[in-house]
Design a protein around this ligand. Structure first.
Ligand code: ACO
Length: 433
């Protein structure tokens, strides 16, 4: 393959470099286009724009492949635990036992939250959405964990100690906030968990322990939590991760960048889809369970209804995470002895969509969020907490991208635009308008 291509514009020719990735993906480097031609590229929604080179996650949407640092998602979901995967994503290699122990100890040493944060949490109205609370509290943590002053020689950007401390603090404190948000909704007293437990075991205890009762971790629940968190841990340059990278590119702190990522995840076209899916399935059930009626609504262009949990910007074959989650949902419900009619409605919708030409032609398949809500529901996590659970899983991905971006000294993110507004006009005094 040539490593340059020619772009002909009228009578002039511009030579642009091609960039090849380790999995043979090819990108056209347009960074010299503007200086040589005064043109920019236009790609609303960045549907075909690479914003960076990254070594973290590879996905092939046509073949349904997802790998973290070269390891297949299927193998990680089967064999690893969430903390191992977090370490892998952030630092590039699977940890050995000593590295993993140290990582967990460093996280635990930071698992204290200022009491004032509790007061801020309590000041939110009971009806506030948990994602708004989580984003606000993550931002509020900055006030209690002040940043080192940025040195004039810009050393902080590549300062490994500064980054490591920020990372373990964030991985320690955000799960406590998640658990607290959940407990407050349930009217339970806030809890710091037990530092003798593993990372996911402690999160589970912090969320579910009832007052004055011993908490015994249930292996089925821990396995399900590990799987769900691993499957959500990273997904390369999605909306929230791009947000984290772009906020971080202004040298904003990790906490500030992740708080922005949480907000970006909230919308129902992204992480908020898991809540929207369950609400949709419950609405279909309440309506009598006629899946065909809702399929027609999803295809009707004059109806704003979309089949939530279907379709993906990148996956045009199947989402490998959805396959794993579907099997896991069946298994968890069986193991917990739950029979949920919503699972049957979901399977029915999927079956119909897979043979419907509208969905087949547009390559719309179930995504990661189509079956995840059914598992969260079985774990007695309320609908409005689903996207918070997604955020908990996505933390290592956001952290890994923020760190990579800093270590690469990437420039500030700042797209261009094609202006289509008014040209220069004269200001008219009030009486003349
Ligand atoms: N139901 C019905 N029609 C759909 C759906 C859907 N869920 N998704 C896409 N389409 C249709 C669109 O109407 C469009 O049709 P057209 O070509 O006739 O106009 C076509 O498929 C392409 O859709 P776009 O919106 O252009 O695709 P895009 O890549 O921009 O959007 C997205 C991807 C946002 C995920 C979309 O498929 C969607 O809204 N899905 C439902 C929400 C959802 O599940 N989001 C979670 C994604 S996974 C995640 O972020 C964790």
């Amino acid at each position: 393959m040539k490593n340059k291509v020619d772009l002909n514009i009228d009578d002039s020719k511009i030579e642009l470099n091609l960039v090849k990735g380790s999995e043979n993906e090819i990108g056209l480097d347009i960074s010299s286009l503007r200086t040589e031609s005064n043109m920019i590229t236009l790609d609303p929604g960045y549907k075909n724009t690479g914003s960076c080179k990254s070594k973290i996650t590879f996905l092939d949407g046509e073949k349904g492949i997802l790998r973290y640092r070269g390891y297949s998602i299927e193998e990680l979901a089967e064999k690893a635990n969430f903390l191992e995967v977090a370490f892998l994503l952030i630092f590039g290699e699977l940890p050995n036992q000593t590295q993993l122990n140290k990582f967990l100890i460093d996280i635990k040493e930071n698992s204290i939250i200022d009491e004032d944060i509790k007061r801020i949490l309590e000041s939110f109205p009971k009806s506030a959405h948990p994602m708004g609370i989580l984003s606000s509290l993550t931002s509020a943590l900055i006030a209690f964990n002040p940043e080192k002053k940025i040195s004039l020689d810009n050393k902080q950007n590549g300062d490994q100690d500064y980054m490591y401390n920020s990372i373990v603090k964030l991985l320690a404190k955000v799960p406590i906030l998640v658990a607290w948000v959940h407990r407050r909704r349930k009217g339970l007293p806030l809890d710091y968990g037990d530092n003798n437990l593993g990372y996911v075991e402690n999160i589970t205890k912090m969320m579910f322990q009832l007052p004055n009762q011993d908490y015994v971790n249930n292996k089925i629940i821990i396995d399900a939590m590990n799987k769900l968190l691993i499957l959500h841990a990273d997904h390369e340059q999605n909306c929230s991760t791009s947000t984290v990278r772009i906020v971080g590119s202004s040298e904003a702190s990790l906490f500030a960048s992740v708080a922005a990522g949480i907000s970006a995840l909230w919308g129902r076209l992204h992480g908020g889809a898991n809540q929207a899916v369950l609400e949709m399935l419950e609405a279909i059930k309440k309506d009598g369970g006629d899946t065909k009626k809702f399929m027609l609504k999803a295809k009707d262009k004059s109806d704003p209804f979309r089949l939530m949990g279907f379709g993906h910007r990148v996956y045009k074959n199947f989402d490998p995470r959805a396959k794993i989650i579907k099997v896991t949902a069946n298994k968890i419900l069986n193991e917990l002895g739950i029979s949920d009619p919503i699972l049957e409605i979901a399977k029915g919708l999927e079956k119909e969509a897979l043979k419907d030409s509208y969905f087949v032609e547009r390559k719309l398949y179930p995504n990661v969020d189509f079956y995840s809500g059914i598992i969260y529901k079985a774990l007695e996590i309320p609908n409005e907490m689903f996207t918070v659970m997604f955020a908990l899983g996505r933390l290592p991905g956001w952290v890994a991208h923020w760190r990579e971006m800093r270590l690469n000294n990437e420039p500030i993110g700042r797209p261009r635009q094609i202006y289509t507004g008014e040209t220069l006009r004269k200001f008219l005094e009030m009486g003349l308008r």
